[in-house]
Ligand binder design. Structure first.
Ligand code: SAM
Length: 329
């Protein structure tokens, strides 16, 4: 078991397998192709497997594969199979924009993936084109169906919610939970990346989101979807699915933070909002074995900051220089 300097148990890693993405969501990336890292700087499958072995040795048991868009990494099912076989890794999940999921869901499930979060901010095709700039809503919806059919349960839909972008669709997303066993989570817009999109006026207050999603009743702790992390969960009466709210700014969730992040280039990032990190790729490429790497991981976790600085940042529209795609969300 690994604890940070504030007594929090850290057992969850968000693993970015690429910084590339096939979408350019307005709040996440600039429209002009950002400078992606050279291929030689990305971790190989062997390197990721070795580093996850070291994380497991240090005390991590849950991994979420993310990106960039993880499904654009060639051969992802083979990597999933390797990671799912690492002793100590008990839960392997994926965050995706869903565009390529319909062709991969069954293969990923067979390789050992347990569950999937799909990011989807609108149910309207024309609006999808404006928000995501590339891709098509129909392919994401096909990905959602394929994930349900493959048994990648629970399927969570992550909806970044912003004024003037999609706040008028909160009710429509909430209604989906009455038709299918989906867990819809509304995520507060965060000041990440120099996209020029974030402003305090874009934020939808939690109370407003809850009113638009209702009627809601609280979901008891034992009935929440696995991996519930920072979300607060509710349900429309009689619905199969649940409705969650993730409010990094309105309701600080740092007290219960259980995670660190590994970038696609092998930098351990202790806090979502941090601009520093600890390089693990260098020591790995110089031949460090599992125990020295695990020691570096434990040291980095011990130095994890108590809380993020996004509240102050948000008040002044000052975005973190790292965009979400390089951190993995
Ligand atoms: N491509 C994958 C996906 O779409 O889920 C994984 C990476 S993506 C960066 C992870 C999550 O971060 C997505 O749900 C995305 O909507 C969210 N995200 C990106 N920028 C954000 C921002 N400024 N505020 C809140 N969430 C953001």
């Amino acid at each position: 078991m690994m604890r940070d300097g504030f007594g929090r148990t850290i057992d969850y890693l968000r693993l970015s397998v690429t910084d590339r993405c096939n979408l350019r969501c307005v709040y996440c990336l600039p429209e002009a192709a950002p400078r992606f890292v050279p291929g030689a700087d990305l971790l190989s499958d062997d390197e990721i497997t070795a580093l996850i072995g070291a994380f497991a040795r240090a005390g991590v048991s849950k991994i979420r594969i993310t990106g960039g868009e993880p499904l654009v990494r060639p051969g992802l099912p083979a990597l999933v199979r390797r990671l799912s076989g690492i002793p100590g890794i008990e839960d392997l999940s994926l965050s995706t924009n869903g565009v390529l999921l319909s062709g991969l869901a069954a293969e990923l499930k067979a390789a050992g993936l347990r569950r999937v979060n799909i990011s989807l901010d609108t149910l309207r095709p024309d609006r999808f084109a404006r928000i995501a700039r590339f891709g098509a809503l129909s392919s994401v919806l096909a990905g959602v169906e394929a994930a349900l059919d493959a048994g990648l349960a629970p399927v969570k839909l992550n909806v970044v919610t912003a004024k003037g972008m999609n706040d008028d669709e909160i009710g429509a997303f909430a209604a989906l939970t009455e038709k299918k066993p989906l867990n819809v989570r509304f995520i507060e817009l965060m000041p990440m990346g120099e996209t020029g999109f974030f402003s305090p006026e874009r934020r939808v207050p939690l109370g407003e989101m809850m009113a638009a999603a209702g009627p809601l009743e609280p979901v008891s702790a034992g009935d929440r979807p696995p991996g519930h992390g920072p979300a607060r969960y509710y349900r429309r009466p009689g619905a199969d699915g649940t409705i969650g709210f993730i409010s990094a700014l309105s309701c600080g969730f740092c007290d219960s933070c259980n995670r660190v992040r590994l970038s696609s280039t092998g930098t351990l990032i202790p806090c979502l909002d941090g601009e520093d990190g600890v390089d693990l790729r260098g020591p790995l490429r110089r031949g460090a074995g599992a125990e020295p790497l695990a020691a570096l991981i434990r040291d980095a976790v011990r130095a994890k900051p108590e809380s993020h600085g996004m509240v102050a940042r948000a008040a002044s529209s000052d975005a973190n220089k790292r965009h979400m795609c390089s951190i993995g969300g």
